[in-house]
Design a protein. Structure first.
Length: 126
């Protein structure tokens, strides 16, 4: 059970810091939004708000599972940005191409951590 709280703390920190960064460094996030997505700045701000709301929801046991589902879906929704960066490393010369690749498996690990840490463990009935 304590390990689940470590995972929950990791997920909370990821999205709380990420959510704030959407506002403090919006230009960087706008750069990674694929060009086919309209209103990139608006998308960045909306995703930042959703990250912060999700992080807050993780702190409230009653809302934890719903927040986890929301953050899981949000993480899937931002996958095109990570793929865009990986496919166009020339646009992100300050980031190692191998790091751009490893973001994708890291995202899968994040998804697993979100799902695992936000589910209420089922108590076996005997």
């Amino acid at each position: 059970m304590k390990l689940r709280y470590v995972g929950l703390a990791l997920v909370f920190t990821w999205f709380a810091v990420g959510g704030v960064t959407h506002f403090t460094n919006a230009d960087m996030f706008v750069r990674i939004v694929p060009p086919y997505v309209p209103s990139a700045l608006t998308v960045v701000y909306i995703s930042g708000v959703l990250e912060l709301l999700g992080a807050i929801g993780l702190c409230l046991p009653r809302w934890r599972e719903r927040a986890g589902i929301g953050l899981f879906v949000l993480t899937i929704c931002v996958t095109p940005a990570n793929v865009y960066m990986w496919v166009h490393p020339d646009l992100f010369a300050n980031i190692s191409p191998s790091l751009l690749f490893w973001r994708l498996p890291l995202q899968v690990a994040l998804l697993a951590c979100i799902w695992w840490s936000t589910r209420t463990p089922k108590v076996p009935t005997t």
